[in-house]
Design a protein around this ligand. Structure first.
Ligand code: DHB
Ligand code: FE
Length: 278
């Protein structure tokens, strides 16, 4: 049976990708973020996962406002990165594991999640930057399963729905007949708003509450509606939905490995969280 090792979550601000490309990690602006990531990166590298299931949101590269699946799962041999307009270098395609993807898809459908299945899928900064952070020395040594959540075009899925998806996904991973070691990575958040009158809005108090509950009691975060999350976390802070789903995948319990909170990177309260499925 496969093993769900644990979960990671990290912000995916495009400027992080530019800082990596321009080797600016040691500069005053960037050091608190990159240093704060180290223990999570060391932990996951030591765990040697075979597969990373990446819960992220597509920002208009693969899906646009004309067609927006609520949950879309990749089942491709590989996932191409493409120029998405942030000046980010285009990375090598990421390896997929279609057989594993399809088994997860089957399990999620069996639990009544009507997913969009993607045999071709391109990936943006929401997917790429976290993998570059956790495996900075080259292409990640894992196969990937991208799962895109709609956190962009309202109505977005409720926190309760995302939590339920996470629970189902965690059970599906551990029921998999392979002997794969799997990590679930959530990307995005924490609080941020990029546009409108509240551009630059962040909410450290709410972020701290989330970081606490994501380890101790993620269900406590499931009462928020999409509208309430926009109010509390900012219009892009809805990306916390992936963090809630990631935490809910843990089948045994949650042991905190590491967390860091640093405000701001670009317009975002940047955080990292690593939890063990223990
Ligand atoms: C920023 C944050 C995001 O989550 C994103 O997708 C794009 C930009 C930012 O803070 O600049
Ligand atoms: Fe984003």
């Amino acid at each position: 049976m496969a093993t769900l090792i644990g979960g990671l979550a990290v912000s995916h601000v495009p400027a992080i990708g530019n800082a990596i490309a321009n080797k600016r990690q040691g500069e005053d602006y960037w050091r608190p973020f990159f240093d704060g990531l180290g223990p999570a990166r060391d932990w996951i590298q030591a765990q040697k996962p075979d597969v990373a299931v990446v819960l992220y949101n597509d920002h208009g590269l693969n899906f646009f406002l004309d067609k927006m699946p609520t949950f879309a799962v990749g089942a491709a041999e590989s996932y191409a990165n493409a120029d998405e307009g942030w000046g980010l270098p285009v990375l090598q395609p990421f390896k997929g594991d279609p057989a594993f993807s399809w088994r997860l898809i089957e399990a999620l459908f069996a639990a009544d999640f009507d997913l969009t299945t993607c045999q071709e899928m391109r990936v943006d900064h929401g997917f790429c930057i976290p993998l570059s952070l956790f495996w900075p020395d080259g292409p990640p040594p894992v196969a990937t399963v991208p799962i895109s959540f709609n956190t962009v075009q309202h109505p977005i899925p409720s926190a309760k729905r995302c939590h339920h998806l996470g629970e189902t996904l965690g059970r599906a991973i551990e029921a998999d007949p392979s002997d794969k070691r799997v990590v679930v990575i959530a990307t995005g958040g924490l609080s941020h708003q990029l546009e409108g009158e509240r551009a630059g809005f962040m909410n450290p108090e709410f972020d701290r509450l989330c970081l606490d509950k994501l380890v101790s009691d993620p269900k406590a975060l499931t009462s928020y509606t999409g509208r309430e999350l926009v109010g509390l976390a900012g219009s892009q802070g809805t990306e916390v939905l992936m963090w809630i789903a990631m935490s809910a995948t843990m089948t045994h319990g949650r042991k905190l490995v590491h967390q860091n909170y640093h405000i701001p990177i670009s317009n975002t309260a940047a955080a990292v969280l690593a939890i063990e499925n223990a």
